[in-house]
Design a protein around this ligand. Structure first.
Ligand SMILES: [Zn+2]
Ligand SMILES: [Zn+2]
Length: 175
């Protein structure tokens, strides 16, 4: 859904508040795609601050399903988004490209709120995803999810040399 900036741009001091649904159903990030759960509303505020300059705000919370870093269980993560951009609507597209890091969310006088939120969402992407703080992860030998119970590997008598290697492996795996 596009939002026209025309009305806001042509009236000094004008403020518009528009709620629109976030229509992306998946987020592409770092070579993976993560499903968006539900459909959040984006609160868009447009403020004409004079001389055809518009301050664009977008606020929302996007719930995304991301696999746990340790056990790979799909985990619901809420990512808050508070996006802001000042836009000089007197500039043409080329000048705007030179000015903004990401200008793709404004085409002509139309704002794409999904893209605007998407860029900010990537900035706020969490570094670490855990299904729970004390997630036990997967067994490095048999791959069993240790949150669901221990596996038989742990009880096997270990060759001490192998145990040392396995410890190093575990340390490497530890997030
Ligand atoms: Zn986990
Ligand atoms: Zn195991």
């Amino acid at each position: 859904m596009q939002i026209s900036l025309l009305e806001t741009a042509t009236t000094d001091g004008r403020t518009d508040q528009i709620n629109v649904p976030f229509e992306m159903d998946a987020i592409a990030h770092g070579g993976n795609t993560y499903p968006v759960l539900g459909q959040p509303m984006i609160k868009v505020r447009l403020e004409n601050v004079g001389k055809k300059v518009i301050d664009i705000y977008a606020d929302t919370e996007v719930k995304v399903s991301i696999p746990c870093d340790r056990c790979l269980t799909p985990t619901q993560v809420i990512i808050p988004v508070h996006a802001f951009q000042r836009l000089d609507t007197r500039q043409d597209a080329a000048e705007r490209i030179a000015d903004l890091d990401e200008c793709a969310f404004v085409t002509g006088m139309d704002l794409d709120p999904d893209l605007f939120v998407y860029f900010e969402l990537l900035m706020n992407w969490p570094d670490k995803i855990l299904c729970r703080q004390d997630c036990l992860g997967l067994c490095s030998r048999c791959g069993k999810n240790l949150n669901e119970g221990s596996c038989d590997c742990a009880d096997e008598p270990k060759d001490p040399r192998m145990a040392a290697i396995s410890d190093i492996f575990k340390k490497y795996k530890e997030v």
